[in-house]
Write a protein that binds this ligand. Structure first.
Ligand code: ATP
Length: 300
């Protein structure tokens, strides 16, 4: 079986809030997937259901063809959840031993130390370790059962730039061995640098899903910036090849599905157009466009 997990029509409602609203997602073994979205998009709730920590109101979760609990118990699935609690007075070495005792075929302590890069501080108390090292300890614990699928909820949220880089360097060995990772992040650069595939969530729904380059190219297309005297957003938005239009002062910005068509239509309809620039929109623009609440900013 080549599938690591499959989410089908997941829904989770908290009183008035529909935190997850019909999420379907299938991830193949060996994929490294970034789950992106603004605060409150439903990433953590989706991850909780994937891990069996919350039960869906509707829909189903399959991990390696079975229930998440079975995959967790066998060690095939492991997770690093946001700010997972670590006792202050115990050492990483003690925690690794405790975790090893829970699995039938755990990695050796030496392997865990080496893979997570915690050997140097494994015998210091957790309460004395800085955030970057604590995060590597959490990573070490997630690795102990030698999982095939690792779920990380904002693994680098509290880390500075150097600690973030170190964390991803220690992850490299895991992903290079062809194992599967899903990580939630707010950092677009992390998605671009470390993921093969990006899944963008907004208001509990998946709004884009594909390779980083596909999302960048297909979703965001290109941007045209120009001075278009007298043009209104509603007139610009209906031009051929234009997906969205924004007018700010004398500057106009068009998000395009086809910039060649759009530029012809713009110059034909508004011949007085000047100061034209055409640029490739980055993942950042795609992300902002797709997750923006302003209708004129959203590329559809
Ligand atoms: N236990 C809960 N009770 C009530 N509402 C909740 C609960 N958990 C999440 N929510 C709400 O569900 C929505 C989705 O939250 P969720 O934490 O899944 O989003 P997120 O994308 O992970 O956000 P963040 O990036 O801030 O972690 C939010 O509106 C949140 O306030």
């Amino acid at each position: 079986m080549t599938e690591a997990f499959r989410l089908t029509g997941l829904v989770k409602q908290f009183k008035q809030v529909r935190a997850v609203d019909g999420v379907s997602l299938a991830v193949r073994r060996g994929e490294v997937v970034a789950l992106l979205g603004p605060n409150g998009a439903g990433k953590s709730t989706t991850i909780d259901m994937l891990l069996g920590l919350a039960s869906p109101d509707e829909g189903s979760v399959q991990v390696f063809g079975g229930a998440p609990r079975a995959a967790l118990d066998s060690g095939r699935l492991a997770a690093m959840v946001q700010n997972g609690f670590l006792l202050r007075d115990v050492t990483p070495a003690e925690l690794v031993e405790l975790h090893r005792s829970m699995f039938r075929n755990p990695l050796s302590a030496k392997e865990v130390y080496g893979r997570a890069g915690i050997g140097e501080f494994a015998r210091r108390r957790c309460g004395k370790l800085p955030g970057g090292q604590l995060q590597r300890v959490r990573y070490a614990l997630a690795l102990t059962g030698d999982p095939e699928l690792l779920i990380l909820d904002e693994p680098t949220a509290a880390l500075d730039v150097d600690a973030r880089r170190e964390f991803w360097a220690s992850m490299h060995e895991f992903t290079a061995a062809g194992r599967t990772v899903l990580f939630a992040t707010h950092y677009l650069a992390e998605a671009e640098d470390y993921a093969d595939r990006v899944v963008l969530m907004r208001h509990g729904k998946v709004v884009a899903d594909g390779a980083v380059d596909e999302v960048r190219a297909n979703v965001s297309g290109r941007l045209i910036r120009a001075v278009v005297p007298g043009a209104r957003e509603e007139d610009l938005a209906v031009l051929d090849g234009v997906a969205s239009a924004r007018v700010q002062g004398d500057r106009t910005e068009l998000g395009c599905t086809d910039s060649d068509l759009a530029i012809r239509a713009l110059l034909t309809t508004f011949p007085q157009t000047s100061s034209i620039e055409i640029t490739s929109a980055g993942l950042e623009e795609a992300f902002l466009a797709l997750t923006s609440d302003e209708p004129q900013g959203a590329l559809r």
